[in-house]
Design a protein around this ligand. Structure first.
Ligand SMILES: Nc1ncnc2c1ncn2[C@@H]1O[C@H](COP(=O)(O)OP(=O)(O)OP(=O)(O)O)[C@@H](O)[C@H]1O
Ligand SMILES: Nc1nc2c(ncn2[C@@H]2O[C@H](COP(=O)(O)O)[C@@H](O)[C@H]2O)c(=O)[nH]1
Length: 188
C-alpha cells in the first residue's frame, strides 16, 4: 500500500512559514492547509474552521483522551496546538497533500510518525534580530509574548538539521521559490 504524502513546514515564530504556506496554497491546488486545533483566542479576522479549530481546554483534553491527535504541544503561554488525525484524513480523502504549519517540537514528532511519506522543511530566519523586527511589525504580540517567542526561537534553531531541507527566508521571493521547487519535486 502506498503511503499518503505529507508536507511539514516548521520554523521559529516569525520566520515566515505562514507567509510561505499561504503563497503555496494560492498557487498549488494539489495542496491543502491542515487546520490545527488550538486553545488560544482567535486574533483579528481569524475564523473557526479556516485558520484553526478553536477549542476550549476541556474540549482539547477530551480529544487527547480520544487519541484524536497526530501530534499536539503546549506551544506558548499554556496554550495547546495540535494536528487532528481526522484533518489529515479529510485532506487525503480529497486526493490532496496536507501542508502542516507547526512548531518545531510538533514537527519533529509528526515527522517521526510519517517519515516514509513526509517532506519536512525548516524555514530559517536570517537572524534573531530579524525575527524580533518581524514579530514586532506583525503587531500580534505583547512585549511578554514576543520575548517568549524569541527565547523559544533560540532553542528551536538548534534543531534545523533534523529536517530534510533548510530554507533561509531573507528575501521572501527567493525563499518562496526554493520551497516551491522542493514541494514540486516531492509531489511530482
Ligand atoms: N522575507 C521576509 N522579509 C520581511 N518580512 C517577512 C518576510 N517573510 C515574512 N515576513 C513578515 O514577517 C511576519 C511573520 O511572518 P509569518 O506570520 O509568516 O511567520 P510565522 O513563522 O508563520 O510565525 P508564527 O509561527 O508566529 O505563526 C509577517 O508580518 C510577514 O509578513
Ligand atoms: N505543534 C503544533 N504547533 C502548531 C500547530 N498549529 C500551529 N502551531 C504553531 O504554533 C505557533 C503559534 O501559532 P500562532 O498562530 O499562535 O502564531 C506557530 O509556530 C505555529 O506554527 C499544531 O497543530 N501543532
Amino acid at each position: 500500500m502506498s503511503l499518503e504524502k505529507i508536507i511539514i513546514i516548521t520554523a521559529p515564530s516569525g520566520a515566515g512559514k505562514t507567509t510561505i504556506v499561504k503563497k503555496l496554497l494560492a498557487e498549488m491546488p494539489q495542496l491543502a492547509f491542515s487546520i490545527s486545533a488550538s486553545t488560544r483566542q482567535p486574533r483579528g479576522n481569524e475564523v473557526h474552521g479556516k485558520d484553526y479549530y478553536f477549542l476550549s481546554t476541556d474540549e482539547f483534553h477530551q480529544k487527547i483522551e480520544e487519541h484524536a491527535f497526530a501530534e499536539y504541544e503546549m506551544v506558548y503561554a499554556g496554550k495547546y496546538y495540535g494536528t487532528l488525525k481526522s484533518e489529515l484524513q479529510r485532506i487525503w480523502d480529497n486526493q490532496q497533500v496536507p501542508l502542516v504549519d507547526i512548531d518545531v517540537k510538533g514537527a519533529l514528532s509528526i515527522k517521526e510518525t510519517y517519515h516514509q511519506a513526509a517532506l519536512s522543511i525548516f524555514i530559517e530566519p536570517p537572524s534573531l534580530e530579524a525575527l524580533r523586527v518581524r514579530l514586532s511589525e506583525r503587531g500580534t504580540e505583547t512585549k511578554d509574548s514576543l520575548e517568549e517567542r524569541l527565547a523559544k526561537a533560540r532553542y528551536e534553531l538548534s534543531f534545523s538539521h533534523e529536517f530534510d531541507e533548510i530554507v533561509v527566508n531573507d528575501e521572501l521571493e527567493k525563499a518562496y521559490a526554493a520551497v516551491k521547487a522542493l514541494v514540486l519535486a516531492f509531489i511530482g
